[in-house]
Design a protein around this ligand. Structure first.
Ligand SMILES: [Zn+2]
Length: 149
């Protein structure tokens, strides 16, 4: 239910795992083992003692959910900095050379972009323009109602 939130958190550079179909116990186990904070809309999980660090997300829409997370956990996105997290799979992004992405990105991007990043896990290629666009969308959404984020 929080897939969209997970994506946005990755765009902002936060190490975020997301599971669509997973047993509560397994979810809690992974969170504890890896020292993660569990974000869920399921009050049942958060209410139980065994859950560990857990944040119950109450908002319905993604932007409000992002604000909830940032406020509750007292974290801020590093605005202007390029995220090094793959939006699709949460893998680490590594800098690659222009030659390495030839044929994997649109030709004009390959020619004109100054820098490229590639996901070490799924192989997805990112470039400055694609990342900046996503970050700008996040910032625009978070500041839409005139509030500073
Ligand atoms: Zn990836």
């Amino acid at each position: 239910m929080l897939g969209s939130l997970a994506k946005w958190l990755r765009i902002m550079g936060f190490d975020t795992l997301y599971f669509r179909n997973i047993e509560d116990n397994e979810l809690v186990r992974i969170a504890k083992q890896e020292g993660r904070i569990l974000l869920t809309r399921d009050g049942g999980i958060c209410g139980s003692k065994k859950a560990g660090d857990c944040l119950l997300i109450r908002s319905q829409d993604t932007v409000s959910q992002i604000k909830e997370v940032l406020t509750s956990l007292e974290i801020r996105p590093s605005v202007g900095e390029v995220s090094h997290r793959c939006v699709s799979c949460n893998g680490a992004l590594l800098p690659v050379r222009r030659d390495d992405v030839f044929g994997e990105v649109p030709e004009y991007v390959c020619r004109n972009s100054p820098a490229f990043l590639k996901c070490g896990q799924c192989g997805k290629v990112y470039w400055e323009g694609s990342h900046k666009k996503m970050m700008d969308a996040v910032i625009a959404a978070l500041t839409k109602d005139g509030e500073a984020c």
